[in-house]
Ligand binder design. Structure first.
Ligand SMILES: NC(=O)c1ccc[n+]([C@@H]2O[C@H](COP(=O)([O-])OP(=O)(O)OC[C@H]3O[C@@H](n4cnc5c(N)ncnc54)[C@H](OP(=O)(O)O)[C@@H]3O)[C@@H](O)[C@H]2O)c1
Length: 229
């Protein structure tokens, strides 16, 4: 396994993945990561497009009129184009091994009103992109699915400089109070935030041969936040 992030943290090393320091928001970052993964592993069975949110998640609480082109561009580079670029570089290798792609979108792609406009728009594009890739590459043996979480207990919400911190401040709440009220506010039926491992388990299942007949689908892990069928 190979994993990319800008910082090689002890937590990343502990996963057992070979870590690669890479900025996935740059035009050549995703391609370099795939190149290094192929060199390390001798081929590819699975691509997980997980990067998103990141620095670009911040600066969005002011609403649509506060967002200039530069913000949209930065956000789309990380939340949409990183997956496009990684998939383009990985697909020839995935076809060789009849592999799978799992991309992490968001339940906000189905409820664009529920989050920052540039982020949910990018995620809606990501979900549509996964469906189109599944159609094109299914006949060559590659399955493509997306996973769409609701609020997950990660640094995106809990970090000191995170989107969660910014949203709390814009609502004149402490971050702790914001997070305590988030499950109810987001219509989550479990009364708690989602654990990262709960999303990872679904990703691992979709990437595995157990999900051999599942492709072109989007899977919610959102504790019932999306209220439509
Ligand atoms: N948390 C949620 O509530 C939630 C809900 C729905 C969907 N999602 C989606 O789930 C995925 C994971 O989110 P998360 O909550 O785990 O986010 P996170 O806590 O903000 O973690 C982001 C990870 O991505 C890396 N990263 C950020 N910018 C990068 C860049 N330019 N190049 C390479 N790596 C970069 C970060 O490491 P470095 O900073 O060291 O690069 C970090 O490891 C994202 O696609 C997000 O949109 C999250």
């Amino acid at each position: 396994m190979v994993a990319g992030a800008r910082t090689i943290t002890p937590e990343l090393k502990e996963t057992g993945a070979a870590p690669v320091a890479v900025d996935l928001a740059t035009p050549d970052g995703p391609g370099r990561l795939i190149e290094q993964a192929v060199a390390e592993l001798g081929g590819l069975d699975v691509l997980v497009n997980n990067v998103g949110g990141g620095d670009s998640a911040r600066g969005q609480v002011g609403g649509f009129l506060s967002l200039a082109d530069q913000h949209w561009t930065e956000l789309l580079e990380l939340n949409f184009l990183a997956a496009v670029r990684a998939s383009r570089a990985a697909l020839p290798h995935l076809i060789e091994r009849r592999g799978a792609i799992v991309t992490v979108s968001s339940n906000g792609a189905r409820m664009p009103h529920s989050g920052p406009i540039a982020y949910t728009t990018a995620k809606a594009a990501l979900t549509a992109f996964g469906k189109a890739l599944a159609e094109e590459f299914g006949p060559q043996g590659v399955r493509v699915n997306t996973v769409s979480p609701g609020p997950v207990r990660t640094a995106l919400w809990e970090g000191p400089d995170s989107y969660g911190a910014e949203l709390a401040s814009s609502m004149s709440l402490s971050q702790k109070d914001l997070l305590a009220g988030l499950p109810a506010g987001a219509g989550m039926l479990t009364g708690r935030l989602i654990e990262p491992g709960e999303v990872a388990t679904l990703i691992a299942y979709l990437a595995s041969p157990l999900a051999g007949s599942i492709t072109g689908t989007d899977h919610l892990v959102d504790s019932g936040s999306v209220k439509t069928v």
